[in-house]
Design a protein around this ligand. Structure first.
Ligand code: PMT
Length: 413
């Protein structure tokens, strides 16, 4: 499922090709995408909103008497939710409105508020397509980063023949899939840790933490989409991943340490995203500890630090750590960057309940020895792509400094 976990808004504007968009919604869902449909008022005269509601399984967002909010889906919430907006069909009128930044319908306000990619799949009469106004509008949109998908050439609903047909559903689907793929890490082996570790107290109890694994799994999916071979070593978590990711399940910090060292030899990049326990029980009770009225003291021993040990064993391997902090985030993370001799650390403040641990959202600071970049709160799936982009840029500097195997390999592929 190539669009697994992707959140896609499919927007329908007024055009006869709107009936094909129903199939696009189905196909995108079959590839694993979560789909929300937005319609302009004129689109509803071509296909009923109920059709899209039934297919997508979600309420359809339509501009309704100037009120944007329908079923709780206002344009800002949708803009944040979407990884990608695909406008199919995009009429000449909608293209003109997008060009001028109008916001008189939910779709256009949504596009103004959305920070990610917007694709338009034009569909119109061939004369309207060739008209200089349409062509200039599309050029403006392309210059602003809009993706222009199509149109195709051929017989049109109006009886004319020429350019202006909406691309076929299979072609649009392929473009959607390709949008989430790149080759930045082609043929590289990326090793990622994710989730918590559980340190046994006795046969039924353990010390754990609130990590869900979402961030590490999102990084693994983004690395896979960027062409990497991915090994994901995960502590106990409910997350699932693409079957092309090699998933190794572990429980304790010691097991994670062992698994990492079994994989690290042939890896090109190590990302330690797991919330590894800093302490384990000095002695794990072999039987369940019985309750009593006395205070119970557990003696804890520090666990081996996986990141520090990897960096010590493989000094030229590009190693990225995470820092989960509740105060003085940047200072504490910078100290860890130096102490663990890392190439990059991703600092997150985990004191807020709406991001960080066990949330779909996070905001981070990407810190290296000579740079610091703030990434605002966003979905972990999008954040993972941004973190990998930052790593890729930094690897180019790293290559100049240490001539690491990572870039030698990437040049030869
Ligand atoms: O899993 P989620 O619910 O999506 O939440 C994501 C997250 C909050 C867990 C993630 O963003 C995060 O911050 N991960 C690191 C958590 C952590 O353990 O931070 P730390 O500051 O205690 O550790 C610093 C670094 O050292 C981490 O990269 C950690 O993997 C590593 N470490 C820690 C202890 C140890 N024994 N070995 C290690 O390698």
């Amino acid at each position: 499922m190539t669009l697994r976990n992707k959140q896609i808004v499919i927007a329908v504007t007024g055009g006869i090709a709107a009936y094909k968009t129903a199939q696009l919604v189905r196909e995108a869902q079959a590839e694993g995408a979560q789909v929300r449909v937005v319609m302009t008022a004129s689109a509803t005269s071509f296909v009923a909103a109920k059709t899209f509601q039934a297919l997508s399984g979600n309420p359809v967002a339509i501009t309704d008497n100037g009120l944007f909010d329908q079923a709780g889906m206002d344009h800002i919430a949708l803009a944040r939710w979407a990884d990608l907006i695909v406008i199919a069909p995009a009429s000449a009128n909608s293209i003109a409105k997008l060009t001028h930044g109008e916001a008189d319908e939910l779709l256009y306000a949504l596009c103004l508020a959305h920070q990610g990619a917007v694709a338009v799949a034009p569909a119109m009469n061939q004369q309207m397509w060739s008209n200089a106004a349409t062509q200039e509008n599309l050029k403006h949109l392309a210059d602003r980063g809009f993706l222009i998908w199509g149109p195709a050439d051929g017989a049109q609903a109006c009886g004319e023949v020429g350019p202006g047909r909406m691309l076929e559903v299979t072609a649009l689907l392929q473009l959607m899939i390709r949008q989430f793929e790149n080759s930045a890490f082609a043929a590289q082996h990326i090793l990622i840790t994710a989730g918590p570790t559980h340190e046994a107290i006795d046969p039924v109890r353990y010390i754990g933490n609130r990590s869900s694994g979402k961030m590490g799994f999102a990084l693994a999916e983004a690395a896979l989409a960027a062409g990497a071979h991915v090994t994901l070593i995960a502590g106990p978590t409910h997350e699932t991943c693409n079957s092309r990711i090699r998933l190794i399940n572990v429980v304790s910090a010691a097991e994670m340490h062992h698994a990492v060292f079994q994989q690290v030899d042939d890896c090109d990049l190590f990302i330690g995203c797991a919330a590894v326990a800093d302490y384990r029980l000095t002695d794990v009770a072999s039987e369940k500890i019985k309750k009593s009225d006395n205070t119970l003291c557990l003696e804890l021993t520090p666990t081996a630090d996986i990141l520090s040990d990897v960096k010590q064993a493989k000094p030229t391997l590009f190693c990225v750590g995470f820092a989960a902090e509740t105060e003085h985030t940047i200072e504490h993370a910078s100290e860890k960057l130096i102490r663990k001799n890392l190439d990059m650390i991703i600092a997150n403040n985990v004191s807020c309940s709406d991001q960080g641990f066990n949330s779909d959202y996070n905001s981070v600071e990407i810190i290296t020895a000579d740079n610091q970049e703030s990434i605002a709160r966003m979905r972990k799936t999008t954040l993972a792509i941004k973190i990998l982009d930052a790593i890729h840029k930094q690897l180019i500097n790293h290559k100049e400094k240490s001539n690491v195997r990572f870039l030698k390999k990437s040049h030869s592929t």
